[in-house]
Design a protein. Structure first.
Length: 220
C-alpha cells in the first residue's frame, strides 16, 4: 500500500523563515505598525490574512490588510532568485520517493513563490504534487492543507506522515489525523513542537535523512 510523506516547505525544506520575518516587519513598518520581530517569527506559517489578524488583532483597520500583504509579497519576492534550501532537503525527498513514498508538499505558498521554493529544493522528480494556499479555503493550523495533500496522494491519514517546523504545522497535521514530525531548523523550540503534536523531532532535513530508518518515515 502507498504511503504519503507530506512536507511543509518554508522553514522545513527551505531556509526562508527569517526572510519572511524581515519582509513582514518592513511591510508592517511601512503601514505604520511597530511589530516585534520575535512575534512575527512565531506567526510564520500562517496564511497572510491570518498572520496579519494574529499580530494586529481584531481592532485593526482591516482596510490596510491587503496593502500590508502586498508589501510583504513584494519585499519577499526580491529573494526569489536566491532562496536557500536546507542541506539534504532535496536528497531527503528523493530518498523517500525511491523507497516508495508519495511525496507531497503542503504549504501556504502559492504561485510564483511556490515555484521559487521548488527551484530551491531542486527535487521536482521526487515531488508528486503540491497542496498550496491556492487550493484550500483555510490555511494552517486548520487541517485543510494536509487533507488536500492526502487527497492528492490518494492515501488515508493513517498512511501518512507530515513534516513541518511550526506549531501551526503540528496542529494542522494532528487535526488531519496524520503522524507529525517536527524539525527545529525553522527556529521553533523543541518543547513547543512536541506540545503541539510532534511525535518525533529532528534538527533539520539532513538529520532526518541520517536518522530515517529509526524515524516515522523509516518504513514504506
Amino acid at each position: 500500500m502507498s504511503r504519503a510523506a507530506v512536507f511543509d516547505v518554508d522553514g522545513t525544506l527551505v531556509d526562508t523563515n527569517h526572510l519572511h520575518v524581515t519582509a513582514w516587519w518592513e511591510a508592517f513598518r511601512q503601514a505604520g505598525h511597530k511589530v516585534p520581530m520575535h512575534a512575527i517569527h512565531r506567526a510564520i506559517g500562517l496564511t497572510s490574512a491570518d498572520l496579519i489578524a494574529h499580530l494586529l488583532g481584531d481592532e485593526r483597520d482591516r482596510d490596510e490588510d491587503d496593502a500590508i500583504a502586498a508589501g510583504h509579497k513584494a519585499l519577499y519576492g526580491t529573494y526569489f532568485d536566491r532562496l536557500p534550501a536546507f542541506q539534504d532537503a532535496g536528497a531527503l525527498l528523493e530518498t523517500l520517493a525511491e523507497r516508495g513514498w508519495t511525496v507531497v508538499l503542503a504549504t501556504s505558498a502559492g504561485g510564483a513563490e511556490l515555484e521559487a521554493l521548488r527551484r530551491a529544493i531542486d527535487a521536482d522528480q521526487a515531488i508528486s504534487a503540491s497542496a498550496s494556499a491556492d487550493d484550500v479555503e483555510a490555511g494552517k493550523p486548520a487541517p485543510e492543507p494536509v487533507e488536500q495533500a492526502l487527497e492528492l496522494a490518494g492515501v488515508s491519514a493513517e498512511r501518512a506522515v507530515f513534516v513541518g517546523d511550526t506549531v501551526w504545522d503540528m496542529q494542522a497535521g494532528s487535526r488531519a489525523g496524520v503522524t507529525c514530525v517536527g524539525v527545529l531548523c525553522g527556529g521553533i523550540p523543541h518543547g513547543d513542537l512536541a506540545a503541539a503534536g510532534a511525535s518525533a523531532i529532528f534538527r533539520d532535513p539532513s538529520h532526518l535523512l541520517q536518522a530515517l530508518p529509526d524515524s516515522p518515515l523509516g518504513s514504506a
